[in-house]
Design a protein around this ligand. Sequence first.
Ligand code: ADP
Ligand code: MG
Length: 565
Amino acid sequence: MAAQSAIHTSASLQAANAPTFASMEGQLDPALLRGLKEMKFDFMTPVQEQVLQRLPSMGSDCLVQAKTGTGKTIAFLIPAIQNILQYSTRKGQVSILVLSPTRELAVQIADEAKLLVSKFKRPIEVHTAVGGTTKESALSKFKLGDPKILVATPGRLNDYLSEGNVRAKFDDMKTLILDEADRMLDAGFLPAILQILHALPPKSGPKGQWQGMCFSATVPPKMEQVFAHILSKDHVAVSTIDKSEPPTLAKVPQFSVLIAKVEQTFTALYSILEEEIKATEGVPKIIVFGTTAKLVALYAKIYDRQLGLPVFELHSRLTQTARTRATAAFKETKTGIMFASDVIGRGMDFPDVSLVLQVGLPADADAYTHRVGRTARAGKDGKAILLLTEAESFYLKANRQFPIQPYPHSDTVVNDASATIVNDVLQTIEPEVKQKAYSAYLGFMKVATNKMRMTPEQLVGMANVFAVDGMGCEEVPPMEKSTISKMGLKGVRGINYATKSNPTPAQRGPASFAKATQAPPKGRNGPRAAKSSEKQFPSSNSMLARPRQQGRHRGRGGNGEAEAW
Ligand code: ADP
Ligand code: MG
């Protein structure tokens, strides 16, 4: 059964006349070919075919662009591994270094590499160096072992490289690979990458040249300069994407739902999930992407038991143990809903995701492409939905390259039945969780103020409606002065400043919540509720009026996530 489904997968992922890996006998080491056979990979995907057949040698530098879920990992691992086999490397020396933007992706790449080298008689050790784990145990294994392949995230690797004896283990490095290369070289990561490069042997040194490989589904124009840090001038550029086609997978139907008001978000999300679960033939396996960690945490709490599917949660505010557990469980499960931030927006390979649902603005155009790419991987089917408010609809106009259609059930996603269910749950959720979600929302949306043609006052008004009418907060949640300043919202009307006598829910503690739940406010989240809010705050619709103030550049943490407040 397993073998059959693997054959089916291969058949639909590859072109009709795809060459087999077996046809590379003589060019690829027999142990590599046995590893591929063991993984049930018989035919090359187009990017694997291009890389293996277009590179002048297995040690050539390359910049490779291919769509999400088309097998780029194997496409960089095979040449890099084949390349190092010609050298007699010293024990304890790293030969291949792979850099990844997130811990989860680093572990996934290492797992794939381990399978690929599993048939070598003399074991090729694959190590990881990622944050969130105790450095000491992985580092001592790394120091004592023979880590021919190291997959790392930049932060932890820089930690490692601060020790001279660790740095020396990279003296013979033969290949440096940047997966999600455009992300690794963007403003958020570039300083860390430059620091790493500074500690590594020079690109062309006394020991020869190391091979540079950059892979991604998205390669924004004007990146030549940064690629020059990794790639030689005569590198081979490979792309399996036609410039005239949309950047997302053609086989993924993509829809948008526009809701009038931000406070309808939770109701609409509930209705869409319910509809999609009902409509799924087979088993629904859904990823819901939210804009920030704190909003994702709130979604996970709201929809935990209502939809009859197991719920998973993954974002930067969880412990690494919880992140690792959620990743493994969602890879394993046949069905369920994963609520996630951009921590898993790129690269992650969860088998058989049937739907990707994005709530709120993706960080940019490429974020949309990568998130959609979590479905329809390895030739499978998938579907994508983007839920936006009218105020956020500029995103669709600014990104017409995506084949996004209006969602057929748009008119009915805000309804009383869903609103009632959602409101009941919201009353059971701690004010602290809501306050954090409110603050996160405000921080995230601040950067889009200009694009939404809003004034800061209108933005705060919209966030306040979201908190009071959407989340069912008793009042506009108080925020600490320092947070407000960091967001650049000091002095903006509508903000509730926390003081000693007006503490935030976190400062107040859980006792106040027990009291609040005895007489919960009712029915504020549905279509009826929207009216009452308009009296207190400007509605999101009325906010489309005046263009104002340039938004701040959106900073991102090393987690691939938009900065969470
Ligand atoms: P990308 O990096 O392009 O997004 P991945 O390398 O994560 O894609 O691969 C996507 C999926 O396809 C993975 O589950 C991987 O195991 C599978 N895969 C890769 N190469 C092949 C192949 N030649 N035949 C069948 N499945 C493959
Ligand atoms: Mg990948």
